[in-house]
Design a protein around this ligand. Structure first.
Ligand code: KG4
Ligand code: ZN
Length: 330
């Protein structure tokens, strides 16, 4: 089965062609990061306009690179949420128009299901598995007992981990998106700054607003004393505390649910400090991490998730895309 998929939930316009929920024939990603950088974050109105400008070209490139004719496509999959509403609308309408005019079935895919299924590109998923979702908008621990079955064990009660990374970077003037820069600097620093306890006890929930405020206050206090912040050390301290809590809770879930596999999903899955800690501490199960290019937003992951959603439910969405949500990730 050949799937054409579309992702436009934030600041990446992406179209991909995938085969049988596994093989990526093309995955074109047009990033708007350089445009939003000047504002220190994504400006929703600009994002939707940029999607409109780029989407037709991205569709054409994806079809050309995969060397596929429109008549060969069996399914159209599109991110239907969550995300910036104006941005989502562009991808959703392009996908609907393409599906309708070529008489192809359509499915609307949950963005986080896409991030989770980015792992299937590297390795066949084995169940039960625990997935740590760490993106700019979500932080969740998810149990999957079979394909396309998601049970949320816990989530952040306030900020997402990627959001906290971006805020810390902004506080010390590192630019946008901050996560990768903090990650790089953390590798050159020592975790010498004391950070608050963010464990929230024995639950599967997370909280990152406390550590974010702590970093902001710490930097202000140091500046008021006319002293210099050691930025690599600050990044290392933040990263150590955050990755420790993510790995500790993941380990607890792996043990409690007797998982066969552990996977990570979302933009922060690209974090080298987190990957290192996972490889050192999670040794009792098969650990899969997506390739770097499939960690951040892309349409290939939506195509893989769309394939499994369609195969499992044998159900398509109508053009309103208002179909019942088939998952537990809201
Ligand atoms: O999953 P994603 O591309 O978009 C959402 O669905 O939110 O995640 C973007 C987030 C941003 O907050 C970005 O700073 C963070 O992922 N990120 C990282 C790294 N690469 C991307 N955070 C920490 N370390 C990284 N290497
Ligand atoms: Zn995402």
């Amino acid at each position: 089965m050949i799937v054409l998929s579309v992702e436009s939930s934030c600041d990446e316009t992406s179209v991909s062609i995938t085969r049988n929920g596994k093989e990526v024939l093309s995955n074109i990603v047009l990033s708007q990061i350089d445009i939003h950088k000047a504002y220190g974050g994504v400006v929703p109105e600009i994002a939707s306009r940029e999607h409109i400008k780029g989407i037709t070209m991205v569709f054409e490139e994806a079809l050309n690179e995969a060397n596929i004719e429109k008549k060969d496509i069996n399914l159209v999959a599109v991110t239907k949420g969550p995300g910036l509403i104006g941005s989502l609308l562009v991808g959703v309408n392009a996908a609907k128009a393409f599906a309708f005019s070529n008489d192809i079935d359509l499915v609307g895919v949950h963005h986080i299901a896409g991030h989770i299924y980015a792992n299937e590109i590297s390795e066949d998923l084995e169940f039960p598995l625990i997935c740590l979702v760490v993106s700019g908008g979500h932080t969740e621990l998810v149990l999957m007992k079979e394909h396309y079955d998601f049970e949320k064990l816990g989530e952040t009660l306030d900020d997402a981990v990627g959001e906290a990374y971006d805020k810390v970077a902004r506080t010390v003037g590192l630019g946008y998106p901050g996560g990768p820069i903090v990650d790089k600097l953390a590798a050159t620093g020592n975790p010498s700054y004391k950070m608050p306890n963010i464990s929230l006890g024995d639950t599967y929930n997370f909280s990152f607003s406390g550590i974010k405020s702590h970093v902001i206050n710490l930097v202000h206090n140091i500046n008021q004393r006319n002293e210099e912040v050691n930025i690599p050390d600050l990044c290392a301290s933040f990263q150590e505390t955050v990755s420790e809590v993510l790995v500790t809770k993941s380990l607890k879930a792996i043990k409690e649910y007797d998982a066969k596999m552990f996977i990570i999903a979302g933009g922060v899955a690209a974090n080298k400090g987190l990957r290192k800690k996972i490889s050192e501490r999670i040794t009792m199960v098969n650990v899969v991490v997506p390739e770097f290019k499939y960690c951040t937003d892309n349409a290939a992951m939506i195509g893989i998730a769309g394939y499994y959603q369609y195969s499992k439910n044998n159900q398509t969405d109508d053009m309103s895309l208002n179909g019942v949500s088939r998952m537990n990730l809201e």
